[in-house]
Design a protein. Structure first.
Length: 207
C-alpha cells in the first residue's frame, strides 16, 4: 500500500485556506480516498489552549515562548500524523512550520533561530501557497479579530513566505474564485496521489 500524501496549504490570514482545506478533504473523500484534515495551531490540546489564549489577547507571552509553543503543538501531533501516513491516509494540513517561521520572524526574531525547533518534522509532499495581497485580506470578513491580523505585520509575513518558498511550491492566486482555486488545488493533489500509487505499484513489481 502507498504511504499517504501530506498536502499542505499555507498563506497569510484570510487567504481562504480553511475553506479550501475543507473542500479538498470533501472532494477526496467523495472520490473514495482515505483523508483527514489537520490544522495548526491545533487549539484543542493543552498547548493549543495556551496558543489560543495568546492569539485572542487573553494572555501575554514572550515572542520566543509563543514561538516554541507553536512548534511544540506540531511535535505533539507528529506521531499520530506519521501513523496515519503509514496507514495510507492522506493528510490535508491547514498551516505548518512555514507559518511558524514567517510569523515569528516577521515580529523580528532571528530567522535561523525560528527554524530550529521545527527541524525534523515530517515533510509535506505538496505545498500550496494561497497568495493574497494584504489590501485584499483586510477587506475580508473577520480581519483584525486576532492578534496577528494587522496590515503591517501581514505584509512582512507575506514577504517572508515568499522568501521561504521552495521550488516545489504551488502558488495559487487567492483573489480567484473559491471554485477556481478548488479546481486547481484538487487537480494538483490528485496528480500527486496518483504518482504515489504508481510508485507503490512499481515497487511491488520489483519485490
Ligand atoms: P489560524 O488563523 O490559521 O488559526 O492561525 C492563527 C494565527 O497563528 C495566524 O495569525 C497565524 C499564526 N501562527 C503562528 O504565528 N505560528 C504558527 O506556527 C502557526 C501554525 C500559526
Ligand atoms: Mg486566522
Amino acid at each position: 500500500m502507498a504511504r499517504g500524501r501530506f498536502i499542505l496549504l499555507e498563506g497569510c490570514d484570510r487567504a481562504g485556506k480553511s475553506t479550501q482545506c475543507a473542500m479538498l478533504v470533501a472532494a477526496l473523500k467523495e472520490k473514495g480516498y482515505a483523508v483527514e484534515l489537520c490544522k495548526f495551531p491545533e487549539r484543542t490540546t493543552t498547548i493549543g489552549q495556551m496558543i489560543n489564549a495568546y492569539l485572542t489577547n487573553a494572555k501575554e507571552l514572550d515572542d520566543q515562548a509563543i514561538h516554541l509553543l507553536f512548534s511544540a503543538n506540531r511535535w505533539e501531533a507528529m506521531q499520530a500524523m506519521k501513523n496515519k501516513l503509514r496507514e495510507g491516509v492522506h493528510l490535508v494540513v491547514d498551516r505548518y512550520a512555514y507559518s511558524g517561521v514567517a510569523f515569528s520572524a516577521a515580529k523580528g526574531l532571528d530567522l535561523t533561530w525560528c527554524k530550529n525547533p521545527d527541524r525534523g518534522l515530517v515533510r509535506p509532499d505538496l505545498t500550496f501557497f494561497l497568495d493574497l495581497p494584504t489590501s485584499e485580506a483586510e477587506k475580508r470578513g473577520g480581519f483584525g479579530e486576532e492578534r496577528y491580523e494587522k496590515r503591517e505585520l501581514q505584509e512582512k509575513v507575506r514577504h517572508l513566505f515568499h522568501e521561504l518558498k521552495g521550488k516545489e511550491w504551488v502558488m495559487v492566486d487567492a483573489r480567484s474564485s473559491v471554485q477556481a482555486m478548488h479546481e486547481t488545488i484538487l487537480k494538483t493533489a490528485l496528480d500527486k496521489i496518483q504518482e504515489a500509487q504508481n510508485e507503490a505499484q512499481s515497487g511491488e513489481l520489483l519485490e
